[in-house]
Design a protein around this ligand. Structure first.
Ligand code: HEC
Length: 127
């Protein structure tokens, strides 16, 4: 077994992986922020659309029971409660204080996280 050859191979492989993953991440970040409009975010359209696509399945109606989550995000009053507790922000930003959401799935795209955070920072209005 030629150990030198093996080590060089691992080294080059790691090098290539490191750089390809790095450039992909920065590309995603750039395109995400360039097209992401977080001005005057509306609960009734933008926030509800994100919750509908990513959260209602387990946090609205019978989904609450079947997912075992106990957390109702199905209407404004309930969402506002969890926002005020800081749980919605912690759940979508994966800051480690609550279980990361969406549950056992990849984190939301950058722009969807920014949209919800902008709405929360504006006081989470029922607009
Ligand atoms: C596949 C089902 C599923 C999806 C999709 C999902 N959740 Fe959850 N959620 C759960 C479960 C199960 C729990 C309870 C987790 C626990 O107790 O550790 C939970 C808990 C929570 C909590 C309470 C935090 C905690 O630690 O108990 C919040 C807030 C939350 N989810 C928000 C969201 C938001 C916002 C989305 C959409 C971006 C989402 N969830 C998507 C299943 C889901």
């Amino acid at each position: 077994m030629n150990w030198k050859f093996l080590l060089t191979g691992i080294g080059i492989g790691g090098f290539v992986l490191y750089f390809s993953s790095c450039s992909k991440t920065s590309e995603d970040k750039l395109s995400g922020s360039a097209n992401c409009d977080t001005m005057n975010v509306k609960y009734s359209t933008q926030v509800v659309a994100i919750l509908n696509d990513n959260c209602y399945e387990c946090h609205k109606g019978s989904g609450i029971v079947t997912s075992g989550s106990n957390v109702n995000l199905g209407d404004y009053a309930h969402v506002k409660q969890y926002v005020d507790q800081g749980w919605v922000k912690s759940a979508i930003t994966h800051d480690g204080t609550v279980t990361p959401m969406p549950y056992q799935r990849p984190q939301l795209p950058d722009c969807e996280i920014k949209t919800i955070l902008a709405w929360i920072n504006a006081g989470a209005p029922n607009n």
